[in-house]
Write a protein that binds this ligand. Structure first.
Ligand code: PAF
Length: 299
């Protein structure tokens, strides 16, 4: 189905809402036949400035942009926030139209997981590290849905936020391993004034928690500076965790310094080599909300 919707009585929307795989594939085929290129931004909705910056990046890299909104049940474990995850279709569509997105793909569960569907995609190894330790189901659900979305949207380029750095690297690996003819582009993390990375889950924070939330970025930033001048990774990680807990986080799942491509942990007792780069990632709980963030580190 392909709806045209009205913004108000005088202006017709230029964005199209597509709910079926077949209609999306037809639209993409038509564009490609006309010599256009397609950029794709997969999301779970509840869009914020970070998502819009990904749409803008897709526009820089392709002549047409498709954004999908699908809250993927396969990446939530029982007891996680699938039921309460914010769903705001009308607001999201308005934001995407203002950003110049051409098509919003809004598949239902049956479109993404047809009855009796039993095929999963697993990027082994990388999916079991870092967040994968705490959310063992998560990256298998992500790889499976992104592979399916790629087959529906058939883009030339797909844009993923660096805010979810482990996800971005896993998607890059999946694309390489499976030979998807898609260029993956990373979009810089958008931050609030205190450094908090923009995320749909920030909506869960109480006003008090929101005041504390910037401590995750502050601690990672301080650790990144220390690492860039030769601090031992073990010391920088421990200091960052202590800073986050002191600020009021309930717990820290991890602060990790890893190889930026493979995500393999770097040794705690060896300073970063001159001229080398790494990624510093952290995750912690503020009340009932789990926040993640990461920064690039170089020496
Ligand atoms: O980053 C997200 O919003 C989701 O993990 C994604 C990539 C849309 C897959 O559901």
């Amino acid at each position: 189905m392909r709806d045209r919707i009205k913004v108000n009585s005088t202006k017709e929307k230029t964005i199209a809402l597509v709910r079926s795989r077949v209609a999306l594939q037809q639209q993409v085929r038509d564009w490609k036949a006309a010599g256009e290129t397609v950029g794709f931004v997969p999301t779970m909705g509840a869009l914020h400035g970070g998502h819009i910056s990904l749409v803008e990046k897709a526009k820089e890299n392709a002549s047409r942009v498709v954004t999908s909104i699908f809250v993927n049940p396969a990446q939530f474990a029982p007891g996680e926030d699938f039921d309460t995850y914010p769903r705001r279709e009308a607001d999201d569509v308005a934001l995407l139209e203002a950003a110049g997105c051409d098509v919003v793909y809004l598949p239902g569960v049956a479109e993404m997981y047809p009855d009796g569907s039993v095929t999963d995609v697993r990027v082994n190894g990388m999916s079991d590290l870092l967040d994968g330790v705490y959310r063992p189901h998560f990256f298998y659900g992500v790889a499976t849905i992104v592979a399916r979305l790629f087959l529906h949207a058939q883009p030339d380029v797909a844009v993923f936020g660096e805010k979810d750095y482990q996800q971005l690297q896993i998607i890059r690996r999946m694309v390489r391993d499976l030979g998807f003819p898609i260029r993956i582009v990373g979009g810089e993390t958008c931050r609030d004034r205190d450094g908090l990375a923009q995320s749909s889950r920030n909506l869960y924070l109480s006003p008090d928690e929101r005041r504390t939330a910037g401590a995750l970025y502050a601690a990672l930033h301080r650790a990144a500076v220390r690492l860039s001048i030769g601090a031992l990774p073990g010391d920088a990680r421990a200091e960052a965790a202590a800073h986050i807990l002191k600020a009021g986080f309930r717990s820290v799942d991890y602060i990790a310094l890893v190889d930026p491509d493979t995500l393999a942990a770097l040794p705690d007792d060896v300073p970063l080599a001159q001229g080398s780069a790494a990624r510093l990632l952290g995750a912690g709980w503020l009340g009932r909300t789990r926040l993640i963030d990461n920064l690039s580190v170089s020496r």
